[in-house]
Ligand binder design. Structure first.
Ligand SMILES: Nc1ncnc2c1ncn2[C@@H]1O[C@H](COP(=O)(O)OP(=O)(O)OP(=O)(O)O)[C@@H](O)[C@H]1O
Length: 306
């Protein structure tokens, strides 16, 4: 293994659960030290993918390697990857104090001081059993384990689910600070792409179990714009460009168009508003599922009317 080897390598991975093809032919590499957002709609396959990367589940097809080790049922990989699920279960009688005691037993790199800091920042209560904590408090416990375990590859499934706004900001601040002090690779699934955008180096987008985008954040940013205005004016300005999504609200039309070039004509029309597409909008446009074609590029389109 060299320093340029990827921290995570996924090749042709498939996973069928029940009657559902949850993952199909998924391939990507995560460079060591990258913070990668895993995005996609409900049921896109994010949790399934994270579970096979973390070795909680095995793929039916393809190969997964974490720092060169197969993660499933391989003791050599146990300390390399830590995954915190959004529905993480603990023993019924477990309190915070139990978790803080067993953390170092399960995670060789456990940082007790950081764990205590997370307890303070998120005000995680000591008293009720962990299973009785609120949704947001349970997420804070997940953040505690995810950060304090300091695994070389950390997998976080919806870490901010149910957190209030100050706590979501506290999570982002802690993650940035801790990664600067102890760089590691992070794969984080979220439905709040815009909130975590500032933390990400890479973005993976799943749709229906397939990987539809694997890009550096900077390549994705600026790859699309939003054009908004009266229906006819928007249609005229975007007639010959790549349209990723369209949404009609009354007499107005909003289109997500591909750059470069997509918004050029619209920018000359004072009746139209043009702005850069946010990550969330871009992901929605890429993974919005099948819809009637609105332009001659039906494979890339979604048309949503209200
Ligand atoms: N144990 C299971 N048995 C049958 N189908 C399953 C099982 N687990 C997941 N699935 C299905 O596999 C698909 C992918 O599920 P997954 O939980 O990976 O999606 P997700 O992207 O994490 O969704 P969400 O954003 O809602 O958490 C879904 O269609 C889901 O219904």
């Amino acid at each position: 293994m060299t320093t340029t080897d990827p921290a995570v390598s996924v090749r042709g991975v498939g996973r069928r659960l029940g009657g559902v093809q949850a993952l199909q032919d998924v391939s990507f590499d995560l460079p060591a030290g990258a913070v990668c957002g895993l995005l996609g709609r409900n049921g896109a396959g994010k949790t399934t993918l994270m579970a096979v990367v973390a070795g909680h589940d095995r793929p039916d097809a393809g190969e997964v390697a974490v720092h060169g080790e197969r993660p499933f049922e391989n003791p050599a990989a146990a300390g390399l990857v830590s995954m915190v699920r959004d529905d993480q279960r603990y023993p019924d009688d477990f309190h915070l104090a139990h978790l803080l005691r067993v953390g170092p037993l399960f995670h060789a790199g456990w940082d007790a001081q950081l764990a205590e800091e997370v307890v303070d920042v998120f005000r995680i209560p000591a008293k009720p059993q962990l299973r009785k904590l609120s949704r947001g408090q349970s997420s804070a416990v997940g953040i505690l384990v995810g950060l304090a375990s300091r695994a070389p590859v950390t997998v976080l499934d919806e870490p901010t689910l149910g957190l209030d706004a100050p706590s979501r900001q506290a999570f982002a601040d802690l993650l940035v600070r801790d990664l600067a002090a102890r760089p590691r690779t992070v794969l984080v699934a979220t439905h709040l792409a815009d909130e975590l955008e500032g933390l990400l180096d890479r973005v993976l987008v799943l749709d229906g179990g397939r990987l539809v985008r694997d890009a550096a954040l900077e390549d994705l940013q600026g790859s699309a714009s939003v054009v908004l205005g009266p229906v006819e004016a928007v249609e005229r300005a975007t007639a010959d460009v790549g349209v990723l999504a369209s949404r009609r609200v009354g007499g107005f039309l909003e289109r997500v168009v591909e750059e470069p070039g997509g918004s050029a004509r619209a920018a000359e029309d004072p009746a139209l508003q043009v702005r850069r597409a946010g990550l969330q909008e871009l992901v929605a446009a890429l993974g919005a599922g099948p819809g009637p074609a609105a332009t001659p590029r039906p494979d890339r389109l979604t048309e949503v009317s209200r």
